[in-house]
Design a protein around this ligand. Structure first.
Ligand SMILES: NC(=O)c1ccc[n+]([C@@H]2O[C@H](COP(=O)([O-])OP(=O)(O)OC[C@H]3O[C@@H](n4cnc5c(N)ncnc54)[C@H](OP(=O)(O)O)[C@@H]3O)[C@@H](O)[C@H]2O)c1
Length: 336
């Protein structure tokens, strides 16, 4: 079977290997679709901390059909349509940093291969209404947004959600804000992308390249009260806290601006964080129960994740190039 792997010093290469047999408690899944996240760009560029020191099959997110069962497996059957949580052993409860070594695509082989071996405990069966391509977008970006907006932020009718940027996490945050009955405010460096997010349901868009005071603009849009939930993808913590209402939630998710060389991202004013009075809560993706709840919600409400482009798996390099070029809105998917 064919697999893509990242080797230190060699980057992304496609190789031919024997199809693996599942061991005790393991399931083999025929990959049908997988999706890319920003950290896959960091990983292939050599910037993502931790993970495997040798070669690794990338991508933490995918979906497929169960093709073989190891001894002792009883959670799934041959032919089941499944996806998997991004951190194998995290079923429920709080995240523990020791779980990092169970991260698919980083410390354990991930989805960018024809057949994937996964522990049965990581698997979630897909509702009939969810396609493989849609399912492949949920485990990292989707569940992170779900955790931030729904479970940690508790957004509800009359609230406001501010999502920074127009990538995968932000577009899920937009959809979840609307599902919760909240006002969705999205920032972008591109007016064209802001037009697109408005067509996807955003109430307001702010061009952060033209308005470095985007946090003030967001606050004004809430009548001066401040935003209830900030989906903080950018690493601009002090500015995000200034956008938030006192007692609101700033869900600390990413550091995009730091890699983008944004000067404001290099100097966080802790005083501003303190004075804002918002709850600053780091989000580490989410557990299997959150993935299950989110899939149910999307199936029940017939919501389709925002997929910008889909690539054939043999053309995975083009998907990585598109991720690096950052012209996308929502998710980039590869399909088998
Ligand atoms: N904590 C977690 O568990 C977790 C999980 C998933 C992702 N993350 C992190 O969350 C971030 C987003 O990930 P993703 O996969 O959604 O990314 P993505 O799909 O690659 O989207 C990247 C987008 O971020 C926007 N951006 C870049 N610099 C920005 C800035 N200074 N301010 C606001 N937006 C900016 C850009 O939007 P425009 O082109 O519209 O400007 C860009 O298109 C990354 O830092 C990622 O590592 C963390």
């Amino acid at each position: 079977m064919k697999r893509w792997q990242i080797e230190p010093g060699k980057g992304l290469t496609q190789v031919e290997v024997d199809t693996p047999e599942p061991g005790h408690g393991q399931v083999r899944v025929r990959m049908k679709a997988a999706s890319l996240n920003y950290r896959d760009h960091l990983q292939v560029s050599g910037f993502y901390p931790g993970g495997s020191s040798g070669s690794i099959v990338p991508l933490s997110d995918g979906a497929g059909e169960v093709s073989a069962l190891g001894p002792g497996v009883d959670r799934v059957e041959l032919g089941d349509r499944v996806t998997a949580t991004t951190i194998g052993g995290w079923i429920d409860g709080e995240y523990d940093p020791s779980m990092r070594d169970q991260s698919f695509g980083f410390s354990l082989d991930g989805w960018l291969q024809e057949e994937v071996l996964l522990p049965e405990t990581a698997l979630v069966k897909l509702p009939a209404a969810i396609s493989y391509e849609a399912a492949a977008t949920f485990p990292c970006a989707g569940v992170t947004a779900w955790n931030a907006v729904v479970e940690t932020g508790g957004a509800g009718p009359g609230d406001s959600v501010l999502a920074l940027g127009t990538g995968g996490v932000s577009m899920f945050a937009l959809q979840l804000a609307k599902l919760a009955g909240a006002r969705a405010i999205v920032t972008s460096s591109s007016d064209a992308k802001l037009e697109r997010v408005k067509s996807l349901g955003a109430d307001d868009g702010i061009n952060y390249a033209q308005r470095p005071d985007w946090h003030e603009v967001a606050r004004e849009l809430t009548g001066g009260r401040g935003v209830d939930v900030v989906v903080e993808n950018a690493g601009l913590l002090d500015l995000s806290c200034r956008a938030a209402r006192s007692g609101g939630t700033v869900a600390l998710i990413g550091v995009l601006a730091q890699f983008g060389g944004d000067e404001a991202a290099q100097h966080c004013r802790v005083r501003d964080v303190f004075l804002a009075g918002a709850r600053v809560i780091p989000i580490m993706m989410g557990n299997r129960r959150m993935l299950e709840r989110m899939l149910r919600a999307y199936a029940q409400h017939g919501i389709e994740p925002v997929i910008d482009s889909t690539f054939e798996v043999d053309d995975a390099e083009s998907a990585y190039a598109a991720l690096g070029a950052a012209g996308h809105v929502g998710k980039l998917v590869v399909r088998a």
